[in-house]
Design a protein around this ligand. Structure first.
Ligand SMILES: *[C@@H]1O[C@H](CO)[C@@H](O)[C@H](O)[C@H]1NC(C)=O
Ligand SMILES: CC(=O)N[C@H]1CO[C@H](CO)[C@@H](O)[C@@H]1O
Length: 728
């Protein structure tokens, strides 16, 4: 029987050790909480309040720790048997629709978008079964023009990729990484294709620079006439253009092989209709594709994430087509990987631990979240089907009986499905398609699929399936994590809260897995407490931990040691360096006291119906200096934004407390011997050490990425204030 399976699921090793360790940490946590609860200082002073605050913070952190165990208890890894799939299905492989979404030609340059499109057109998969759709929410003629150029370039690029089996198949990534081939014959072809590619990107980029497409090009395709009426990105008619029609016998590459279908779509936009962002675009794509190819499998990817692995479709199909377990699988999610991370991950953005540990763990309790990109869905399930025993997919489905329609007729039908009014009084955005009304609509869409009885699968092949561009500055990182934490927290507080919405439909551990992310944001408050109050206590002589001579100190030390050693182990195993881990610890704190804090505040303001406007986080202004500092792994501040003030204040506060506290204990002024304040000294000391890059940016660096004087002054003001008020 085993030889029949198309995929294997393997337990990740070392679980006995892990569980033993987790049990001991749990006992330690209970002891700490017991100590806190039974040693509350008498009286009604500030010391008592501070102590109770510590108790509250530790209760929360303990609760969150228990939640995170759900994804660490029994992680699994998946492996596929691609040759068995090929042998068994051969000609009968199902059709696949690929959706690429772009929103704005300024921040997502058309040449980047088409590199992604070309990479997914070149998958190792029968071209007649592949259809690629680009949704352009910018409604830009520049993006349409780029796609039209790409449709011509594909005639040379696709046969070249397949003949030499090159990787990766994004021409931008391929030509920037690969060395010249040595074989003279190949070299000739390589240079020819490279020349074509460079000429094309030059034309696209110069059109993008000037903001218009030259007249002599506009006459070459009927699609350009859509822009004749001076439409804008926020107000235009629906546009659907089939640039390559895979069913047409003329649509062939330079070697007379069939090409994949290629479609451009810009759904209708009118100022009086809300467009629901990417979720709206996805739903329009589902409908438009249903009259063009209607494939049973839909893959979607963001326009900046090119395919780095041409076997991803085959890998995903190994799950869906498995006779024994495939029926229950709703979607196959690949991780989000970035190709421009520095070695030591200065902003902790590689997501290694999430990708290697947490998502694998979720895979064992019902499946990973849908993260909105790099995901294969079944069309029927995305459109709302519930799981039922004995359900069988019709893999041969596609457009039936409509082959007589001309391309113009098909385009007209498709346009009528991409209008603003189409969704009114329908279940689209609710029961059907991607859900609306939440900043992380992907996650609730995935949750709803899980709650309808389906499982999902996490596939993390050794060669990354998709590579995108990650944040490269502190401000971008903080912004990204604010969006994520805020989105997931607002799900937690909404009717989609996994505990209630998922109750009775998905397992408790699966609910906890969702909450690992849903509760990111509230972690900010206890963390903020922990990085300020014990340090202030050190300075002011308020004892908040057991003395070194007390036996109660053992669980405190045990937990902090073991948790850190384990997180180091997890990071190293996931591919981080030692320094990368250390940087990650710093960013762990920074994200919690900025992004997550903003996430909490903004979510609550929205709940209370206060202004919809959020904190403004500095936007991206990339220049050469900045990229250089990023490559040298120097932290980038540069602007006077509130998040920089928070970071500087915390860093400065700990420095002052450390210096003040130590000098008192050394000189014995406040009769506070070091051993009494042992834990507070260590905690404050570690915070000072981890903040060294912040002090450098404040006092030593002179470059434009250092912390501006105004921020330092504001931080000094806040620290002085904190020292003067008798909060502790
Ligand atoms: C992307 O693919 C290339 C080969 O084409 C491979 O060398 C590289 O390791 C892949 N990147 C990642 C992050 O897996
Ligand atoms: C280190 C690295 O590769 N950085 C690159 C990340 O991506 C941006 C945008 O594509 C490039 O400008 C950086 O050079």
């Amino acid at each position: 029987m085993e030889e029949r399976r198309l995929f294997a699921t393997e337990q990740v090793g070392g679980r006995a050790v892990y569980r033993f360790h987790a049990v001991t940490v749990f006992v330690g946590i209970c002891l700490v909480l017991y100590y806190r609860a039974t040693h509350v200082p008498a009286g009604s002073g500030a010391g008592r309040a501070a102590w109770l605050g510590m108790l509250a913070a530790e209760l929360w952190l303990a609760f969150y720790w228990v939640i995170t165990q759900a994804v660490r208890w029994s992680p699994v890894r998946r492996r596929t048997f691609k040759d068995r799939l090929a042998a068994r299905y051969g000609e009968r492989l199902p059709c696949v629709d690929i959706f690429v979404c772009t929103a704005d030609p300024k921040s997502e340059p058309p040449s980047l978008v088409i590199a992604t499109v070309l990479s997914v057109m070149a998958y190792n998969y029968p071209a007649e079964k592949l259809s690629v759709y680009l949704s352009d929410d910018g409604g830009s003629i520049l993006t349409f023009y780029a796609l039209w150029e790409a449709s011509a370039f594909a005639q040379h690029w696709l046969p070249f990729c397949k003949r030499y089996n090159i990787q990766p198949r994004s021409p931008a990534a391929y030509f920037s990484d690969s060395e010249k081939p040595h074989d003279l014959h190949i070299l000739k072809e390589w240079s020819f294709i490279k020349g074509l590619y460079e000429a094309m990107t030059e034309r696209i980029d110069s059109a993008a620079m000037s903001g218009e497409v030259p007249e002599q090009i506009r006459v070459k395709h009927k699609g350009f006439s859509e822009w004749n009426t001076g439409i804008t990105s926020k107000d235009h008619q629906p546009i659907v253009q089939i640039l390559i029609n895979g069913k047409d016998s003329n649509a062939v590459d330079s070697e007379a092989n069939v090409l994949p279908t290629l479609v451009y779509m810009a759904r209708e936009k009118r100022p009086q209709y809300h467009h629901n962002f990417k979720a709206g675009a996805m739903n329009a794509l589902i409908r438009v594709s249903s009259v063009i190819s209607n494939s049973p499998i839909i893959m979607n990817v963001d326009c900046d994430m090119y395919s780095n692995n041409s076997d991803s479709i085959i890998d995903a199909l190994c799950f869906f087509l498995d006779e024994e377990k495939g029926q229950k699988i709703g979607f196959v999610q690949y991780p989000q990987n970035y190709n421009n991370m520095t070695k030591n991950n200065i902003y902790g953005n590689s997501l290694n631990v999430i990708n290697q540990v947490e998502l694998s763990g979720l895979d064992s309790v019902g499946g990973p979240l849908y993260i909105g990109t790099g995901c294969f869905h079944r069309r029927e399930i995305l459109c709302g089907r519930r799981f039922a025993e004995g359900y069988k997919e019709d893999w041969d489905r596609r457009i039936k009986g409509k082959t007589q329609q001309s391309i113009d007729q098909i385009e007209e039908t498709a346009k009528s499905l991409a209008t603003c009014a189409y969704e009114q009084n329908t279940q689209w955005g609710n029961e059907i398609g991607v859900k609306y009304g939440c900043p992380v609509e992907d996650v609730i869409t995935g949750l709803a699929i899980h709650c309808r009885g389906w499982e999902s699968v996490y596939m993390n092949p050794p060669r990354a399936a998709f590579l995108g561009v990650g944040p490269t500055t502190l401000a971008q990182t903080i912004l990204q994590h604010k969006r994520w934490s805020e989105g997931n927290f607002s799900i937690f507080l909404s009717k989609y809260c996994p505990f209630f919405f998922g109750h009775g439909k998905i397992s408790l551990r699966h609910q906890m897995g969702y909450l690992t992310y849903g509760l990111w944001a509230p972690n900010s408050l206890p963390t903020l407490y922990y990085v300020t109050i014990p340090s202030l206590g050190l300075l002011k002589g308020t004892l908040l931990f057991p003395e070194i001579t007390s036996r109660w100190i053992i669980p405190f030390i045990y937990i902090s040691l073991v948790k850190n050693v384990y997180s180091l182990y997890e990071a190293l195993l996931s591919g981080d360096t030692l320094r990368g881990w250390w940087n990650g610890q710093r960013m762990w704190m920074v994200k919690r006291i900025t992004s997550y804090l903003y996430g909490v505040i903004d979510t609550i303001r929205k709940l209370l119906g206060l202004s919809m406007m959020g904190f403004v986080v500095t936007s991206k202004v990339s220049d050469e200096d900045e990229s250089k500092r990023y490559e040298q792994e120097i932290m980038e501040f540069g602007t006077s934004s509130p998040e920089h003030v928070i970071i500087s204040t915390i860093a400065l506060l700990n420095l002052v407390c450390m210096v003040g506290g130590l000098s008192q204990t050394m000189t014995g002024v406040g009769h506070m011997p070091l051993n009494v304040f042992f834990i507070q000294v260590i905690l404050c000391g570690l915070l000072v050490i981890i903040n060294i890059p912040v002090y450098e940016a404040m006092f030593l660096r002179k470059d434009r990425g250092s912390i501006p004087l105004s921020v330092t002054l504001a931080a000094t003001g806040f620290v002085t204030f904190a020292l003067m008020v008798p909060i502790i």
